[in-house]
Design a protein around this ligand. Structure first.
Ligand code: NAP
Length: 319
């Protein structure tokens, strides 16, 4: 019997002969990941999607989606659910199991999850981005007890109460607008003297009587008993510190990539985004990056969907 050469591709292939090998494993069931799954399945590949939280990614909490070509108006939940159902209707295997690491063994990839491990010929990383933290005193202590990173998920818990929204981008101003319909007073605290958000949104927020805008202020610490009771803010010009009594703090200070699963495997930039171009190829053969976790200029729903398609087509080309 011929012996395989240790380390050779033939020898590696022998190792996986009795194991289930997927064509493509997709990490993340957001817009990019599910779009990849649809393209992969339609190309006849066996596809496994791994998701650690719930399907849909970031868009699922957007109350309104009005910038996806061909769909004049929908909600993020409806959009994500339709995408999920479309992928399922193509018999995509979707598992709620968080991927924690990827190992490369020649042309085979092993994806290790919290509960198991899976093998494939190609991996598409579509792990998206998560909300950035403020990194101030007691932020972790009050997370879930006054501190939230999702206005549409948690807003109703603060009905009739006073809250702070921290941040100055589109998300912060959208959150402030949304929460002003539910809460008594919304303090919008932003570190600079101008907002980064779109002009039309700024106008809408400025017109709301119960949104109090506090520019040139930073949140510096949080206090309370079992739940949040008060937030310390500091004036960025004169350093003056003041307390605002609030029951909620909604943090909307941007996003950062969910990098834990891939940072030891593929090349990333200084902010943790996977270095990959428009063809979604990473520096590792057979591993692709799709959606917001990839280095790119424009992070939108449509660019995530487009990346999903490109990554799947590129992966299929190699099989
Ligand atoms: P963003 O545009 O990056 O804005 C983050 C904001 O948080 C900035 O104002 C930033 O301040 C502030 N910030 C960052 N780190 C901070 C810190 N440590 N302490 C205090 N403040 C801090 O993030 P985003 O609003 O989440 O939006 C992300 C992307 O999604 C953007 O491209 C946005 O346009 C897009 N988006 C679009 C829509 C829409 O089209 N309807 C809705 C939501 C989001 P500085 O300004 O001083 O940097």
């Amino acid at each position: 019997i011929a012996q395989c050469l240790v380390g050779s591709e033939m020898c590696i292939r022998d190792r996986y002969m009795d194991k289930k090998v997927y064509d493509i494993i997709i990490i993340g069931a957001g817009t990019a990941g599910l779009s990849s799954a649809i393209y992969g399945r339609r190309a006849g590949k066996n596809v496994l999607v791994l998701e650690g939280k719930s399907y849909g990614g970031q868009i699922i909490v957007s109350p309104e989606v009005e910038n996806y070509p061909g769909i004049k108006h929908t909600s993020g939940f409806e959009f994500a659910t339709r995408l999920f159902e479309q992928a399922k209707s193509l018999d995509t295997e979707i598992l709620m199991d968080e991927a924690v690491n990827i190992e490369v063994d020649g042309s085979y990839k092993k994806v290790i999850t919290k509960g198991s491990e899976f093998i494939s010929k190609a991996v598409i990383i579509a792990s998206g981005v998560g909300r950035r933290k403020l990194h101030v005193e007691n932020e972790d202590r009050f997370t879930g007890a006054g501190v939230s990173y999702c206005a549409t998920c948690d807003g109703m818990f603060y009905k009739g109460m006073d809250i702070i929204v921290a941040g100055g981008g589109n998300t912060a101003l959208e959150d402030a607008k949304y929460l002003s319909e539910i809460c008594k007073t919304v303090y919008l605290v932003h570190r600079r003297d101008t907002f980064r958000a779109e002009a039309s949104l700024i106008k809408e927020v400025e017109a709301k009587d119960n949104i109090k805008i506090l520019l040139k202020h930073n949140v510096i610490s949080l206090s309370g008993g079992d739940v949040l009771e008060s937030v310390k803010i500091a004036d960025t010009v004169n350093g003056k510190v003041s307390d605002i009594e609030v029951q909620g703090l909604f943090v909307a200070v941007g996003q950062e990539p969910q990098r834990d699963v891939y940072e030891n495997v593929v090349k990333t930039d200084e902010n943790g985004y996977i270095v990959a171009g428009e063809d979604c190829r990473t520096n590792v053969e057979g591993i692709y990056a799709a959606g917001d976790c990839r280095t790119k200029e424009v992070r939108q729903l449509i660019t995530a969907a487009a990346d999903g398609a490109v990554a799947a087509v590129m992966a299929c080309k190699k099989m």
